[in-house]
Design a protein around this ligand. Structure first.
Ligand code: SF4
Length: 249
């Protein structure tokens, strides 16, 4: 599908309302468009979402790189870019976020948890991540994202099937039943080579940790370097059975 074709399809899908759709209407859009968008180029997928949902479409980034932010901001200059500021990020990740906000046509939405780290320590004890990662992720990632997505009908992520076995079936267009939103993964089909090529050809900002043994970057206390050839996500919550923070499950 060409970008122009996707835009025309989006106009047809949009009808007269670009916002305020009911969950049933949103789910119906997924059932209508999922198969067609599955084979579309990433830029066309983003254009479809932007044309269909208007300003009720946002893109989320963990600031490992700015690939999806670049795709989205080219389609929609000024698009809302969601970043979950857990209070536990590497300084390099915060620097990447700030560089993206300063140099790209995006509106950074810095999402913070209900409590600061100090307030969480006071209520739950110091370093909750050492005792209950699921609760810590819920308080600092999942709950804040769920609250922020109340302002949108659809959100885009940088999920890729090549990242880990758990993500093999990540569809390009999905019904996010937990949040009652449309979930768009425009680069779901991209390989590692596709990512590297896009970064090189478009001069994309990359978190410096990605070149320092961190192919998957989360919060500092829960992320370690991985050796060449290891599963790229094996450095996340290493030594435990946890593989996802709860945002994509
Ligand atoms: S990744 Fe670790 S520090 Fe970050 S929210 Fe989850 S448990 Fe807490």
């Amino acid at each position: 599908m060409t970008t122009t074709a996707a835009t025309e399809l989006a106009r047809a899908a949009r009808g007269t309302e670009a916002s305020g759709r009911t969950p049933e209407e949103l789910r119906e859009l997924v059932s209508i468009w999922a198969a067609e968008l599955e084979a579309a180029p990433a830029s066309a997928i983003i254009e479809w979402a932007a044309g269909t949902f208007g300003d009720r479409f946002a893109v989320a980034s963990s600031m490992g790189d700015a690939v999806v932010a670049d795709l989205a901001s080219k389609a929609v200059p000024g698009i809302d870019l969601l970043f979950l500021d857990t209070g536990y990020h590497f300084i390099e990740t915060i620097g990447t976020r700030d560089a993206v906000a300063a140099t790209m046509p995006v509106t950074l939405i810095n999402i913070t948890p209900r409590q600061t780290v100090a307030e969480q320590d006071a209520e739950y004890g110091k370093d909750l991540f050492n005792r209950d990662t699921d609760l810590c992720c819920k308080l600092r990632k999942v709950d804040p994202l769920n609250a922020a997505l109340g302002n949108y009908d659809a959100w885009a992520t940088g999920l890729r099937r090549a990242e880990t076995r758990n993500r093999v079936i990540a569809p390009v267009l999905d019904w996010d039943a937990k949040r009652q939103k449309v979930k768009v993964s425009p680069i779901a089909r991209w390989s590692d080579d596709d990512i590297e090529r896009y970064i090189a050809e478009n001069g994309i900002l990359v978190n410096p940790l990605a070149y320092d043994g961190y192919p998957s970057i989360g919060c500092e206390p829960c992320t370690r370097r991985v050796a060449p050839g290891e599963d790229p996500r094996s450095g996340r919550w290493a030594g435990s059975n946890k593989t996802e923070c709860g945002i994509h499950t």
